[in-house]
Design a protein around this ligand. Sequence first.
Ligand SMILES: Cc1cc2nc3c(=O)[nH]c(=O)nc-3n(C[C@H](O)[C@H](O)[C@H](O)COP(=O)(O)OP(=O)(O)OC[C@H]3O[C@@H](n4cnc5c(N)ncnc54)[C@H](O)[C@@H]3O)c2cc1C
Ligand code: SF4
Length: 316
Amino acid sequence: MNVAQKSYLKPRSVEEAISFAGKNGSSFRYLAGGTDVMVNKFQGNEEANCLIDISGINELKQVTRDENFLKVGSLVKLDDLKNYPEMENEFPVLLQAAQEVASPMLRKTATIGGNILCENRCVFYNQSEWWREAVGYCLKCDGDICIATGGKKNCFSKFVSDMAPVLIALNSFLEIADAEGEYKVRLEDIYTGNGLKPKELNQTAIIRSILIPVTERYTCVFKKLRPREAVDFTSLTTVVSIDDHGKIKIVLGGVDPKPVVVGGTISSHVEKLIEQAVKKPRIVDNDFYTRLYRKEMISVFLKRSFEELRNILTIK
Ligand SMILES: Cc1cc2nc3c(=O)[nH]c(=O)nc-3n(C[C@H](O)[C@H](O)[C@H](O)COP(=O)(O)OP(=O)(O)OC[C@H]3O[C@@H](n4cnc5c(N)ncnc54)[C@H](O)[C@@H]3O)c2cc1C
Ligand code: SF4
């Protein structure tokens, strides 16, 4: 069998998936829930001619725990997270974020691994082929100019995963398998900040699981801005976490090609941290809401988040 000619493959194990991937060079895409890949494919934004459907690999559907990590299999569906008592008891913020992704029906198919790797978005890119052709395309799809900025070098498509900012705020890792072996990476290190190629993982890499540290306890506040309470992608996601040692982590999604992280401690001045968080993202006008409005909302959301946290903890 020449797998390179097949357009749809269904491996039964991670090893088999990686071997199929190796034989398809760069022209394949792993398919988990398919809620991101298939939409992009129908819009002509996903060109891979081979889909490797990993949804039947049962070993990626487990949630387990050891003394260091809660280990969430990459194929666990967002809607199923609520079935694990550990989530409700220790990481309610993950459940909140999951419940704010897309819509109830999509969450029954969408996986946590696919969410972390879903493609960046932009109002000028997530359009039909006909629409994009009419405006002459852009840097992210065969054009030579960024429509949002008029620049010829950088793409500022938005990072839109809602789960990743929370997982980064909780200092999570990924357990990866690829053609070269198995290893662990910090989740926040896989994002490049380049809107044209937003993630840096080896070609054949499969996320086995997400490792959430259980040795530290976090208090977190999650907020999301979008036009409607369901279906719409984020225009701004903010997460603020504080650990038991007073370390603060602010993570923003929806305003830069990668998650934006600002760190501090319980003795930092909150206003200064908020100021940094407002300045750091490279927000451009490529969303339903204007750049200035989203910038303003970072400050509003973070002030509210710290206010909520103040009711639980003592912050300067
Ligand atoms: C109408 C609509 C609204 C949406 N709203 C939101 C939203 O509000 N917030 C949000 O975060 N997302 C949203 N999404 C995007 C998407 O539904 C979610 O991000 C979802 O969790 C993606 O998971 P999936 O399993 O369907 O991923 P897929 O589409 O199967 O895959 C997404 C990407 O991840 C890769 N991948 C998947 N699993 C693995 C793995 N284990 N190892 C390596 N690579 C892998 C795929 O190759 C692909 O590149 C929305 C989608 C739609 C259609
Ligand atoms: S930010 Fe610019 S280059 Fe990137 S997708 Fe949007 S219009 Fe295209």
